[in-house]
Design a protein around this ligand. Structure first.
Ligand code: GLP
Length: 241
């Protein structure tokens, strides 16, 4: 595992950009795994800028997102579908048929999750999976207690996660109770992981991830077992190491 610590969020995002941009230039048809949340926004802004400067071509890039809320239509401002189009996809030359996100509105969630896994298998493997970390140590929406071998499925969100995400919905009550998420086993099959964490609120989870014993109660600890995990932290997120 490679851990790099940066003075602030901007330099961390710059480094993340450098890594992702290098991959896109080296492998124009790469498969990228994207995450939502506020942490990767600095990276996404730089990807848009890189495209506008003519440095990046997304026409052959394939993407898979980690998760989506159950019950929110793609047009809902807090859906992850909306988030990705708003913050990245609509600003770059990505082919919409190369974009994959779980659909939180399907009737048969189990069949949809199997289909999602099948789509990942069809393209081979995810070359680089971008990840954040929840303050409770979750990865995507794999909450504490998730099986470390899990595949894409529906998960009930923990109280802590609904509280943490209430800031986007106005109240905790308005946060959906369930989400579809890639499993930990699915995430671990990506060729490379790039995990970003910023701010003091993540310091405890980061310490548990990097220094604690591997445990389903802190799903992010599984990155210790990945053969190529790259972790970018700012000073505050690294403050308890
Ligand atoms: C969300 C997402 C995760 C994300 C995490 C942290 O609930 N499902 O994929 O990594 O919480 O979000 P943020 O970056 O806003 O702190």
């Amino acid at each position: 595992m490679l851990v790099e610590i940066f003075p602030d969020y901007e330099t961390l995002s710059e480094r993340a950009y450098e890594l992702v941009a290098t991959l896109i230039r080296r492998k124009p048809n790469c498969v990228l795994g994207f995450a939502t949340g506020s942490t990767p926004l600095g990276l996404y802004r730089r990807l848009v800028e890189g495209y506008r400067r003519g440095e990046l071509d997304f026409s052959k890039v394939v993407t898979f997102n980690l998760d989506e809320y159950v019950g929110l239509p793609p047009s809902h401002p807090q859906s992850y579908h909306h988030f990705m189009w708003e913050n990245l996809f609509q600003h770059i030359n990505i082919n919409p048929s190369n974009v994959h996100l779980p659909n939180g509105m399907v009737d048969d969630i189990e069949a949809h999750c199997d289909w999602y896994e099948e789509q990942i298998r069809r393209v081979g493997d995810i070359d680089l999976q971008i990840l954040g970390i929840g303050p409770n140590g979750h990865l995507a929406f794999n909450e504490p207690g998730s099986s470390l071998g899990s595949r894409t499925r529906i998960k009930t969100l923990s109280r802590a996660t609904r509280r943490a995400n209430a800031r986007f919905f106005g109240s905790e009550e308005a946060v959906p109770r369930h989400a579809i998420t890639m499993g930990i086993g699915t995430i671990m099959e990506a060729r490379r992981l790039l995990l970003l964490a910023s701010g003091r609120a993540k310091a405890r989870a980061v310490r548990a991830m990097l220094e604690g014993p591997i445990s389903a109660m802190v799903p992010a600890t599984i990155v210790q077992l990945h053969r190529y995990a790259h972790v970018l932290l700012d000073k505050e997120a690294a403050s308890e190491l």
